[in-house]
Design a binder for this molecule. Structure first.
Ligand SMILES: [Zn+2]
Length: 601
């Protein structure tokens, strides 16, 4: 891993405003001098993530995550410190010096690490351009362009959504990549080729899948022939997780935050057409059904999600499953069903924007949708089994909603009574049955949380007792008023700290202050490579700021250090005296026992 010059790191930090970077991942609302949003590092129920535009730091008051813009990216995208530097340099368009001894970016690529998410993103960006170029080719791209024109997808959309073409040749990408010196193992890791130097995508219309920041993280390919799977996606990589990714979230994000509503469809072309018609808060799940991961992602931008489905049986079934998931994901979900035999794309083309808009505005909330489904099924179901299944489905949804806190208790009582009437059972029995299911739903939910989302903050060993507290106190002050370090540099050195984490912070402070005698907290954080240490620095700085009273507290702490030192010195003197006396005693004894051997000890 290359290491970068401190001035360059400072420049990259300044070029990436933390508010802009964090806002790519969660919706932020202004509150006083700070910005507030749902923390992406733990299962946050109410906004705990504070971002300070002035200090250029973030801090979660619930899970303790904190740091500067580099730490946010490190934690959010699972990057090392140098990888975060590269990532944010690229984001700000700052050219990084090439590692010594290498000449071209292709050579850099050739020696690269295929598990580095930045490398995969660069390769995907290369591939997206390659697919786009194929589509633009006069002859080879003609049929695909015609297909898009038939689907009424505009040239602007083709550019905006980075649509492309995988040629009808088994290894064209493979050969082109070889010419660009891109190593095979990197292509394999990105899922662009399969073993045996064959392209993964052949004769397909290519959709570039992006993350919320607009980086290409994977691809979807629609076949242009009548054979093979209609759609295939890139496999999961260090960069691409299908169960969390939402198509076009980067393009829809702003409008989703503005309107407080995200519209979720199932198809790439549905999204493209919606945006083309000016409905720009529309995204799509990627050929999978709507997952809790999707619900969690969207929850960070919007309160409400409207799921848009086709009216056919498969569509209704999918809607039903999606609702179940969304309920557990604590987002306000409702469902809009496209009438007739159409998908959203065709519906837009036939009926226009206002018709779809109305459909979305009138979307049924989860419980009405489920209720209608229950009554319809009870009417239609002539067998006992079918009726049982319908009731089962409904109670299951109800339990998931209540367990996730999506339904107030008053509503629950009403619903229980309604169900009891419809299925001709005692309300008491319905309530008991529901209770059992709620308990089970809660168990699964907490299991999900622990295993899928909750970030475990590593607890650093911070020692205990007076000495550790004193060390902490000194750092709480210095992090807020770094000039004190210089003033007391005869008393405070890294050696003052014997708790390893505090000593590390003292070393970082000394290093930072060498360059700038009055560094900001963000500048100090830019010298901390570890996210755990950054969390601790922000914690100490925040607590220190609240306690204020810097001068008095520092003097108190330094007094304690002096006292401790004196006691330590005393103990050492005593030890030395004891040693001397011991030797003396030994000598005396030896003299007594063997008077001829004086001086041998
Ligand atoms: Zn948190």
């Amino acid at each position: 891993m290359p290491s970068y010059d401190n001035n360059l790191i400072a420049r990259i930090q300044q070029a990436n405003d933390i508010v802009d970077v964090v806002a790519e991942h969660i919706a932020l609302k202004r509150k006083g001098r700070e910005m507030l949003g749902l923390c992406p590092f733990h299962d946050d129920h109410k906004p705990s993530m504070n971002v300070s535009p002035i200090k250029q730091i973030f801090k979660c008051f619930a899970c303790g995550a904190g740091g500067d813009v580099f730490k946010f990216i490190q934690m959010r995208e699972n990057l090392s410190f140098p990888q975060a530097i590269e990532r944010l340099a690229e984001r700000a368009g700052i050219e990084l010096p090439r590692p010594t001894g290498r000449k071209t970016s292709d050579e850099r690529r050739a020696t690269s690490d295929e598990t580095d998410p930045n490398q995969l993103a660069r390769l995907n960006s290369w591939a997206a351009k390659y697919f786009q170029k194929n589509l633009a080719e006069k002859q080879k791209g003609k049929a695909a362009r015609q297909y898009l024109a038939d689907r009424k997808i505009s040239p602007e959309s083709i550019t905006k959504f980075r649509l492309g073409l995988a040629l009808n040749e088994p290894d064209h990408l493979c050969k082109t990549a070889a010419k660009a010196n891109i190593p095979e193992k990197l292509l394999l890791a990105a899922g662009l080729i399969v073993p045996g130097r064959t392209d993964k995508f052949v004769n397909r219309l290519m959709f570039t899948i992006t993350d919320p920041t607009g980086r290409a993280i994977g691809f979807g390919g629609r076949t242009l022939a009548d054979e093979g799977a209609k759609y295939i996606n890139s496999p999961a990589t260090a960069l691409f997780d299908k169960s969390n990714a939402l198509y076009a979230l980067d393009l829809a994000r702003h409008r989703i935050v503005e309107t407080g509503t995200a519209v979720v469809t199932e198809g790439y072309t549905d999204v493209i057409m919606a945006h083309q018609f000016g409905l720009t808060n529309v995204v799509a799940s990627l050929g999978t059904s709507f997952t809790t991961g999707h619900a969690r992602t969207l929850r960070r931008y919007a309160r409400k999600a409207v799921l848009l489905f086709d009216a056919d049986t498969a569509g209704i079934e999918a809607a039903n499953r999606a609702l179940q998931t969304a309920l557990a994901g604590r987002i306000d979900v409702s469902i809009a069903v496209i009438p007739g035999e159409k998908d959203p794309c065709d519906f837009l083309l036939a009926q226009g924007k206002d018709a779809l808009d109305t459909l979305i505005k009138n979307a049924a909330d989860v419980f009405s949708f489920k209720w209608n489904r229950l009554t319809e099924q009870l009417k239609a179901g002539d067998t006992l089994a079918a009726r049982k299944q319908a009731v089962d489905d409904y109670l299951e949804a109800l339990a998931a909603g209540i367990a996730a806190g999506n339904l107030p208790p008053i509503d629950t009582g009403l619903i229980v009574n309604r169900v009891a009437v419809v299925i001709a059972l005692d309300p008491h029995d319905v309530k008991n049955e529901l209770k059992k299911r709620i308990a089970r739903a809660r168990r699964t939910a907490s299991y999900d949380t622990i295993h899928a989302e909750n970030r475990k903050l590593t607890k650093l060993d911070l020692g205990h007792g007076l000495a550790a507290n004193t060390q902490r106190e000194i750092l709480e002050v210095i992090l807020n008023a770094p000039t004190f370090l210089k003033k007391h540099d005869n008393q405070i050195t890294p050696d003052t700290f014997d708790v390893p984490a505090y000593r590390q912070i003292a070393l970082i402070l000394t290093e930072t202050i060498k360059q700038n005698s009055q560094p900001t907290l963000a500048e100090i954080l830019a010298h901390a490579e570890s996210t755990d240490l950054a969390n601790l620095i922000v914690e100490l700085a925040t607590v220190g700021e609240q306690k204020a009273n810097f001068k008095a507290r520092l003097n108190g702490a330094l007094g304690a250090v002096k006292l401790a030192q004196k006691q330590k010195d005393k103990a050492e003197i005593k030890e030395i005296t004891d040693q001397k006396q011991f030797i003396k005693r030994v000598t005396e004894n030896t003299e007594k026992q063997n008077p001829h051997n004086v001086g041998m000890v």
